[in-house]
Design a protein around this ligand. Sequence first.
Ligand SMILES: *Cc1c(COP(=O)(O)O)cnc(C)c1O
Length: 352
Amino acid sequence: MTELAVLLNGLPRVGMATLPTPLEVGPELPGGARLYVKRDDLSGLGMGGNKARKLEYLCGDALAQKADVLVTVGAAQSNHARMTAAAGAVLGIETHVLLGGLKQAPSGNQLLSSLFGAELHFCGSDDWDELEQAMDELIDELARAGRRPYRVPIGGSTAVGATGFAGAWPELMAQCETLNLRPALIVHASSSAGTHGGLLAGRAAMSPNGPPILAIAVAKTGLDLRNEAAHIARACLDRLQLSDVDVRDEDIEVDERWRGPDYAVPTKEADAAIIWAARRGGLVLDRVYTGKAFAGMLGAAEEGRLESGETVIFWHTGGQPAVFAPGGAPELANTISARDEAGSDEREGSEA
Ligand SMILES: *Cc1c(COP(=O)(O)O)cnc(C)c1O
């Protein structure tokens, strides 16, 4: 066992995710790079996604603190809120989720959060500060009523949550060794930087000269996201009593060109990437996170950053339930031309 694994084993954790998640061959990228997909969308816990790894440690911490109610916050179609609701169900702990926007007909992640028995609160606003304030008020209210609320911060992105991704690094490295892969790059979507920070911590602790990580920004701008990832990575290493391990600034790479006008606003490039991945690899990507990240990876391939024969790993962070919410998938009208571009016209006319 690595030193990192020993340190991870010393921290409170609830096993809820299906791990290790598969590392699968994907379709060849433009320019000839070999794609592998790290399937954290198959991590279990209420239909999967990257929050499962974080919630194992967050819930471990909550139980260690004898919490009897979980409270979290997220966007209207928050995957994090849905998976926290599932964690509450597994643990038999009451769960409250505060969501952005107004109450709507339940769909996608919201429908699942309700199905898992969480109490949904609609904040009206999409302003993050207002959502955080509403969470503080609810936590105070629960505490005054004699409860022991546990605050799960947005995206689960604290040193505690990110620990799950510090542990994901040795998991991936072991799979690469088994398959004899030497990835030239690892790409993932980044929003609250817990995934990025955790992976950076794991990499710094275990293989500082290992494959580089490229985070595709989908919410915050590049500089904020870099600072946040650095902060979380270092806090995570402190928590693991590895404060002497250095996360080098030059290893923190964020590409902010793929977010588009704002968080959760669809982009042409992401829609094209979603269709590409679906038609070539049977992969399901969402418009908020993984579609934009995949677009960033295709961009890296097209810009020549990935050479023919090199291996790239796309970390699939989940998000599928949002595909079933209104506006969650690209317009079907777009798909005709995408299919033509994919060169599958031999199938045309075979329907007679
Ligand atoms: C939350 C989320 C992310 C971003 O992860 P962070 O750790 O918040 O950066 C990426 N993809 C999906 C599907 C998510 O739900």
